[in-house]
Write a protein that binds this ligand. Structure first.
Ligand SMILES: NC(=O)c1ccc[n+]([C@@H]2O[C@H](COP(=O)([O-])OP(=O)(O)OC[C@H]3O[C@@H](n4cnc5c(N)ncnc54)[C@H](OP(=O)(O)O)[C@@H]3O)[C@@H](O)[C@H]2O)c1
Length: 314
């Protein structure tokens, strides 16, 4: 099978398209023929070695196939798998202890990490739904426990996680503000949020003190967010390696999501997309061979939605 691999940590130029053995399905696993795989910031942080996940990798893991989520068709099921059959359309994300491997024509995943794809929703969308959808769900519901009395501020509301967090907070009944560049304003308004153009306005001056801040940006936003958060408020920081100590020292309820696959939630997210209650914006679709360019785009940090790789049909 064709796969995008890296032989060592480094820049986007490390990617090579190579032929690798097609994986087989072990017990409890499903081999998916990948149609599309999404690119996430985590992928470039593993590629350049800066992610905590990169530290777990050993020499024998290289050449390494990156990519933590995909959509496609079941190719083979392993022993004990009863909920999927060859030919089923599926989507999902690799669990934290899985190497990922989605930038390839075939990937073997635990069956529990996958869900059936609903009719009427394209694989281009489903490929990028799992990681941002589940992360935003954990952030908004499990950690921040957003309810209808909350005023929520989402930093990076135009990005992958941020746009999901905005919509889930709205669904919970909260009043939602979102910092984003001006080109994302219409999209945010369309889902009921008040956009704040961070290049023009200081969010601490133009929003009320929020009871919840979901910070998908962190570097520029962390300090002023701590000052601006209402007393007793909840702060959710997105980067896995974010330093929670300054917030804890100030007595702030601070947390970081630890995303992992969850079939029930994947089903609910896909149903919400199918029914038009949840929108995932796909900013661009590139062929697998252009994976280096896809990483450059995501790494610049201003992607208005998901960057997706087209794997099948090349
Ligand atoms: N903890 C977890 O389990 C977990 C899971 C998923 C992701 N993450 C992390 O969450 C972060 C966001 O991921 P993502 O997939 O949403 O990234 P993304 O799609 O690249 O979105 C980032 C967004 O931030 C916006 N932005 C940049 N600078 C900003 C600023 N100063 N103020 C406001 N917005 C700004 C950009 O939009 P503009 O064009 O509007 O500037 C961009 O849309 C990453 O660090 C990622 O690694 C963590």
């Amino acid at each position: 099978m064709r796969a995008a691999v890296i032989h060592r940590f480094g820049g986007p130029e490390e990617f090579e398209i190579e032929d690798l053995p097609t994986p087989t399905a072990g017990e409890g696993e499903v081999v998916v023929r990948v149609t599309h795989a999404a690119v996430n910031p985590l992928d470039f942080k593993i590629r350049d070695g800066s992610s905590g996940m990169a530290a777990q990798l050993r020499d024998e893991d290289f050449p390494l196939v990156l990519g933590r989520e995909c959509a496609g068709v079941v190719h083979e099921v392993g022993e004990g798998v009863t909920d999927f059959a060859p030919g089923d359309r599926v989507f999902g994300m690799a669990p934290p202890d899985h190497k990922g491997h989605c930038y390839a024509e075939f990937v073997s995943m635990p069956a529990s990490a996958l869900a059936h794809s609903p009719a009427g929703v394209d694989d281009v969308v489903l490929a990028g739904l799992s990681l941002v959808g589940l992360t935003a769900w954990i952030a908004v519901e499990d950690l921040a426990k957003v309810g209808s009395d909350d005023v929520v501020l989402v930093h990076g509301g135009g990005g992958g996680v941020g746009f999901m967090a905005v919509q889930l907070a709205k669904e919970a009944g909260a009043k939602v503000y979102a910092t984003a560049s001006a080109r994302n304003a219409d999209r945010l308004q369309a889902v009921g949020a008040t956009p704040i153009d961070y290049a023009r306005d200081d969010f601490t001056q133009v929003t009320p003190r929020p009871s919840v801040i979901v910070d998908c940006v962190y570097f520029d936003t962390y300090e002023p967010s701590m000052d601006h958060l209402a007393d007793g408020g909840r702060l959710v920081l997105l980067p896995s390696l974010a330093d929670v100590r300054p917030a804890k020292e100030r007595g702030i309820d601070v947390s970081i999501p630890r995303v992992a696959p969850d079939r029930t939630r994947l089903d609910a997210l896909a149903t919400a997309v199918a029914e038009g209650r949840l929108t995932l914006t796909v900013a661009d679709v590139l062929p697998l061979a252009e994976v280096a360019e896809a990483h450059r785009i995501v790494e610049r940090g201003h992607t208005p939605g998901k960057i997706v790789l087209r794997v099948a049909g090349e």
